[in-house]
Design a protein around this ligand. Structure first.
Ligand code: FE2
Length: 301
């Protein structure tokens, strides 16, 4: 079953291509919220996006298609099918001159966008899904942490987790310090101090999800790291390896759409962030990619 996108999701900016891929691959037809869109580069060299109702031959002129608003942000092309606000959330760290920004992975996933985001927010899966990299038994405990709502976003800044290999250039276990942030219903950002830098979060990874339909998505990973040792190829390999471990897990979750009813999929303490995410989606009025709660028991966030 598919529902029409809700106004919240419809009016948002959505990531639909990496600028690097656009320059390299040229025009591409894809889906956003069940709508056919085409992304590419115009004659003036600027990225463009159009809505279309047909399969577009690759060399055919874009005459008669509906132009969509576009923005370039974090190395990606963003567009909207509705009436978006002027601004897309920012990641200030990505502007820091000593960081390396990398479009690290694009992966098609047979899941809803909220399922992909919730999995990214789940700390407890590290030792079981990313064994010997982001976690290892018996270090499975997630120490309790705080979740806050700030300026319309979800934030947590005091997650600590033991990791055997917290970063590309890391050997030996560390107690990694995490922040998590959800600035957009289909975007999550993690900040990690993996031990290489004591004062700053040396790794920033954003999961940017393009909801093609309610049950199929394209996940893009953006890295902004303080790491002058790893090559871009190594960073891409790392991200693809990690997400390759997540992909079968999230594709096998049922139902495909994320249930927002708090009584579904009995939560445990480590799921605190996931519960906050579900509550936040519910409070925002998001219905696309989720199974809305029939009970308004959450209250105000
Ligand atoms: Fe994972």
């Amino acid at each position: 079953m598919s529902s029409s996108p809700d106004p919240v999701i419809w009016d948002l900016w959505h990531p639909v291509a990496s600028l690097r891929d656009l320059q390299r691959n040229g025009r591409e037809q894809t889906l956003l919220l069940d709508q056919k869109i085409v992304v590419g580069v115009g004659q003036d060299g600027a990225p463009e996006a159009y809505r279309t109702n047909r399969e577009m031959p690759i060399n055919e002129p874009w005459v008669g298609e509906e132009p969509l608003p576009v923005k370039q942000h974090l190395g990606f092309l963003w567009t909207s099918l509705g009436s978006p606000t002027d601004e897309i959330f920012s990641i200030p760290e990505a502007e820091e001159t000593d960081r390396t920004n990398v479009h690290a992975a694009t992966v098609g996933v047979a899941c809803s966008a909220p399922r992909a985001i919730e999995n990214f927010l789940d700390i407890a899966h590290f030792p079981y899904v990313h064994t010997d990299i982001l976690g290892v038994e018996p270090h499975t405990e997630v120490v309790d942490y705080d979740v806050d709502y700030e300026n319309g976003e979800i934030w947590t800044r005091n997650v600590f987790y033991y990791q055997p290999q917290a970063a590309v250039q890391q050997s030996g276990g560390v107690l990694a310090h995490y922040w998590y942030r959800v600035p957009h219903p289909y975007v999550a950002v993690l900040y990690k101090a993996s031990g290489a830098e004591s004062e700053r979060m040396d790794i920033v990874i954003a999961l940017l999800v393009q909801a093609m339909t309610e049950t199929s998505s394209r996940v893009r990973m953006f890295n902004s790291n303080l790491d002058d040792q790893s090559s871009t190829t190594q960073i891409r390999h790392w991200n693809n390896e990690i997400f390759g471990q997540d992909k079968p897990i999230i594709e096998n979750q049922h139902p495909k759409r994320l249930p927002l009813d708090p009584r579904v999929e009995t939560p445990i303490r480590a799921d605190k962030l996931a519960i906050a995410y579900r509550r936040w989606l519910s409070d925002l009025g998001v219905t696309y990619g989720v199974i809305p709660s029939q009970h308004s028991s959450f209250g105000a966030a």
